[in-house]
Design a binder for this molecule. Structure first.
Ligand code: SAH
Ligand code: SF4
Ligand code: F3S
Length: 441
């Protein structure tokens, strides 16, 4: 069927920060092509779904949503599926969702415009799902929603092959981005007034290992980026514990813009489960790294991801996870129940922990996390802390985050947006700290 070039598009993003950045790049590409982004889906001539496959629920949400649009008999938009589900399901998406016009994998974002042309001019369905990423993506075209904080990709893909995880299959092998390209983008962001950057990769600490001739590893990159004027804060996501090096710890301790927060996902507290997950460290090795990090960066805060109910996890092994959490006192935690993923090694094992037990473990862990987070907040009361002011809420309060990722609100003029302020914390409102401008400001 011949179709008309869309004038407007709507894009919905699922999944992680890497998908959010890919969305910003696609929005930039489509805007350059003359299309207008709309935020009301009814006004869209084209709808894109930048999808996630990490857990079953993530996939079901997208399938449900596309199914709903497909049932429209009048003014059905062009429908494109991008992101990790495009890679996990490939052509089968056309069978499952017959109204999908194109499927574009995570390594083919550069082809978006061509794929759209094929759909329009040739009147046929189009698919590109290359397994391996080639560094040909124009990151500078990204149209960012935020004016203060930006995501910057430094490495794509993952070579770790944790047994439960689809990412190595949906994003391909690790490919580091050249140092000069990253520096150019960060300089551009600094010139545009951005104050905080988050370096992105499935495993940022692997940076440069795939390109030994560059002789630039992750910590080297940090020294280069810290030297760029204007960027007040640098964060990074995510780190595989095995690749967190002593050099990186020293970089965090030394470089002024590097935030003292490390997302350091343990995934499980039992060495037997970690082995089955192919996380390639034991609980003891993990603790050794945390101890060293705390020694080198005494004021560091830690974050984690944890999966409960991995095949064969016993109650005792789950209690080890609770125990680790109590000892390390993570300030940020993303907690999940295990979801079997097609094509991953863990599919070999029976998903033998019932939903009831998985949910019970999840809730016990969430309760522990909430009580520890509340203690962390309590400790901060009656102290002053640096906040990067990001926006003004509808109720007039300014809102921002501390270097360690705590959310803070306080009263002040909108002119402070984009500045660092010293805020005296006096109370908390759920998970948000409430304060006032410090008098010495
Ligand atoms: N590269 C990052 C994580 C990316 S996925 C890292 O290794 O830390 C984000 C999180 O989703 C993972 O850390 C893990 O906790 C969770 N996750 C991945 N696969 C999962 C699965 N099959 N079931 C449940 N949670 C999963
Ligand atoms: Fe998935 Fe493991 Fe790679 Fe993280 S390190 S993306 S959990 S395979
Ligand atoms: Fe999901 Fe893909 Fe990210 S599976 S979590 S969108 S890398």
């Amino acid at each position: 069927m011949q179709r008309q070039m869309p004038k407007t598009f709507f894009i919905r993003t699922y999944g992680c920060q890497m998908n959010e950045l890919d969305t910003e790049i696609m929005v930039g590409q489509l805007t350059q092509k003359g299309l207008k982004q709309v935020f009301d889906e009814k006004q869209a001539d084209m709808m894109l779904f930048n999808t996630c496959s990490i857990r079953d629920l993530a996939e079901r949400k997208v399938m449900g949503k596309i199914g709903q649009i497909s049932r429209r008999t009048k003014n059905r938009p062009i429908i494109g599926v991008t992101g990790c589900m495009a890679m996990a399901k490939k052509e089968t998406l056309f069978r499952k969702l017959p109204h999908v016009d194109f499927v574009l994998g995570t390594n083919n974002i550069t082809d978006l415009s061509n794929v759209l042309d094929e759909v329009i001019h040739l009147g046929q369905k189009s698919i590109r799902t290359t397994d391996q990423f080639e560094e040909n993506l124009d990151y500078l075209v990204a149209k960012r929603g935020d004016k203060i904080k930006a995501h910057v990709s430094i490495i794509r893909g993952c070579d770790k092959f944790c047994t439960y995880c689809v990412v190595p299959y949906t994003r391909g092998q690790e490919v580091s981005r050249p140092l000069e390209d990253i520096k150019e983008e960060v300089r551009m962001l600094a010139d545009q007034g951005y104050k905080e950057i988050t370096l992105l990769g499935q495993n940022v600490n692997s940076y440069g290992k795939d390109q030994p001739e560059w002789k630039t590893l992750f910590h080297d990159l940090l020294y280069h980026l810290d030297a760029i004027d204007g960027i007040e804060r640098i964060r990074f996501l995510t780190s595989h514990p095995i690749d967190i090096t002593e050099e990186l710890m020293h970089a965090i301790a030394t470089l002024p813009s590097l935030c003292e927060f490390v997302h350091f996902p343990i995934q499980a507290g039992s060495s037997r489960v970690l082995k089955k997950m192919h996380r390639i460290y034991t609980k003891e090795q993990y603790f050794e790294k945390v101890e060293l990090l705390k020694k080198i960066v005494p004021n560091v805060s830690l974050g984690t991801d944890i999966i409960v109910g991995f095949p064969t996890e016993t109650e005792e092994e789950f209690c080890e996870t609770l125990d680790v959490f109590k000892q390390i006192r993570y300030s940020v935690a993303f907690l999940y129940t295990y979801s079997p993923r097609k094509g991953t090694p863990a599919m070999r094992w029976k998903d033998d922990i019932s939903d009831e037990v998985k949910n019970d473990r999840l809730h016990r862990l969430m309760d522990l996390h909430s009580s520890i987070a509340a203690e962390h907040r309590q400790k901060l009361l009656n102290t002053s802390i640096e906040v990067l002011v990001e926006r003004q809420n509808k109720d007039g309060y300014l809102c921002g985050r501390t270097r360690c990722w705590k959310k803070v609100i306080f009263k002040g003029p909108a002119s402070l947006i984009g500045t660092l302020q010293n805020v005296h914390l006096h109370s908390c409102n759920h998970e948000t700290l409430v304060g006032g401008l410090h008098l010495s400001n």
